[in-house]
Design a protein. Sequence first.
Length: 168
Amino acid sequence: MEAFKNHGADFVVADTLRDLVAGMNKITDVATLNYDDIERQIVQRDAEMTNPYSKDMHVMGIHNARRYPGDKLFRVAKPHKILDPAHGPLIAVKLHIITRKTLGGIQTDLNGQALAKDGSPIHGLYAAGEAAGFGGGGVHGYNALEGTFLGSCIFTGRTVGRSIARQL
């Protein structure tokens, strides 16, 4: 972490929120962060840390996780206010947003043949694996975790292979 803080081109480390926001605006093409907006959001979040009736889902999650001794000791850091100088410095990281995958895919019939917008089969075009769009359901059900798609890839690949073989 220290190497990232000291040498990371996308890391800004500062003692004050004003310096942090200014530093983040310096490493972007267009200065898009407004100090007043960021300060308002963080002050509101910090107020929730000491509110025993907080409805902030993240704060509730932290407090709930720390009720279990194992998580309190080993997994969940003691909560504190972001702007508490005793817990500094402030660290911000520029994110580079990319699309790694979609869970949509190509609509197919039960043989893996791709379908046009009107639902008619597209001659000679098939989809298997993740291209068949099983991420939102399929053989592993809804909310399938990454790494569990191998079975679906094999299943749809076999289905398409058999379908093409029948055509030959």
